[in-house]
Ligand binder design. Structure first.
Ligand SMILES: [Zn+2]
Length: 272
């Protein structure tokens, strides 16, 4: 079995077409026949793997975007999330679990400026085409390759939902430290956002982040305003936020251990 970090090494620096092809190759080598959800303009190719045995009605939904921002190898953002999902597929390829796994295209926008980035097209397209009525919770993976703490985001004061509590229970059971983080959408959003906007509350993102950088991160995020971001200014944030979308987002910064922690968490959530 390949290590999860090896998936990232295979994915990094490839263009988005080749990244999607790699996911398809891996699924086919596991004997999983995914559903492709494609559109010509804007060009979108979502990859959907249903692991649920026939007759399973209520499903957990795990997703990660496989595309990368222009000019970035996209190792932590987001080959790391893809690697964990491939690990999940590998684990349940034979037994199945009431799980749908989606590899989203076009999360990244044409512009790297926050606010104006015009991404999230793959998940928007999915919502347009699919019903969410058989989905219990959506867990979106981003930044899974660095750090020792599972971070659940964005969770504000009113964000205490069943999906959030489920993730916390899984972390507690596995003795993995966790934190909630309220991330301003204008600075960093991800594929959980279109689901929330469509009225589906149980959609959150999970990341692994260095625990010792969390208080600095929270302090800096407190000073972020949408107006400030409109001017193109970005706050100075600790890693991995200081390197994502840049040429520095490489596998050399990442480790197998955080990837395995996130895999254990999603396996716990999938079997919950
Ligand atoms: Zn991302």
């Amino acid at each position: 079995m390949v290590s999860l970090l090896e998936h990232i090494r295979q994915l990094e620096s490839r263009d988005n077409q080749a990244r999607g092809d790699y996911v398809l190759d891996m699924l086919s080598s596991m004997g999983i026949a995914p559903l492709l959800q494609e559109r010509r303009w804007p060009a979108i190719r979502n990859i959907i793997a249903d692991l649920a045995p026939a007759g399973a009605d209520r499903k957990r939904f795990f997703c990660a975007h496989y595309d990368t921002a222009k000019g970035s190898p996209g190792a932590n953002d987001n080959a790391s999330g893809v690697a964990v999902l491939l690990g999940l597929c590998q684990r349940f390829k034979e037994t199945g679990a009431a799980v749908r796994v989606v590899f989203f295209d076009r999360e990244e926008g044409a512009s790297t400026k926050p606010v104006l980035r015009m991404g999230l097209l793959g998940s928007l397209y999915y919502i347009w085409k699919n019903s969410l009525k058989d989905i219990t919770a959506i867990y979106n993976l981003e930044f899974c390759g660095q750090g020792d703490t599972m971070v659940i985001w964005p969770v504000d004061r009113s964000g205490d939902t069943a999906a959030v509590r489920g993730a916390e229970r899984a972390a507690a059971r596995l003795a993995i430290p966790w934190q909630r983080l309220d991330m301003p959408w204008a600075l960093q959003s991800s594929d959980h956002l279109p689901f929330r906007m469509a009225g589906f509350k149980e959609a959150i993102s999970l990341s692994m982040l260095p625990g010792d950088g969390m208080s600095l991160l929270k302090e800096r995020l407190n000073g972020v305003t949408a107006a400030g971001l409109m001017t193109g200014r970005r706050p100075e944030l600790p890693e991995p936020f200081s390197v994502f979308h840049t040429a520095e987002d490489t596998s050399a910064r990442l480790g197998e251990e955080p990837l395995q922690m996130m895999l254990a968490l999603v396996l716990a959530l999938a079997g919950d």
